[in-house]
Design a protein around this ligand. Sequence first.
Ligand code: SME
Length: 166
Amino acid sequence: MAESISFSRTGDRAAIYVEIAPQIRALVQGEPDITANLANIAAVLKEAFGFFWVGFYLKKDGQLVLGPFQGPLACTRIDIGKGVCGTAFEKRETLVVPDVDEFPGHIVCSSASKSEIVVPFFNGNGEAAGVLDVDSDKVDDFSGIDADGLGEIALIVSEVLSGKNL
Ligand code: SME
């Protein structure tokens, strides 16, 4: 397993997503433990982009439960259909929220969080299994570039959940 990742320091997010996606694929290749894989993916995303908060919620017993993350402490449980995470999970689609104060029902884990993107991922049966959540302390910090780039990362998570990385 690689001990470090390499990526350009230009701040060009589109380029960085292209650089890190294959490295994340290599990182999870052959590793069956989902917690270990999600922990490393969160670490790579934090290191590459410096996101304020980045992490995972996983569906357990009918709720979304906090998984591996990097950043300040976060809400432990989110009901499906609630907040940005629960809504993206229920709709099975990526949500980009430019200003969290404008999102009805947004769940405040940190008052410093100003914008957010949430991308669902799926298990081998095609059922939503959880979400990748990224928060920024700046308003309007996420675009279609992040939706595409994080969508690719969420696809890798779906592959891990299906055992396609083994
Ligand atoms: N704001 C999210 C909750 C999760 S935290 O931001 C880490 C939401 O509304 O679902």
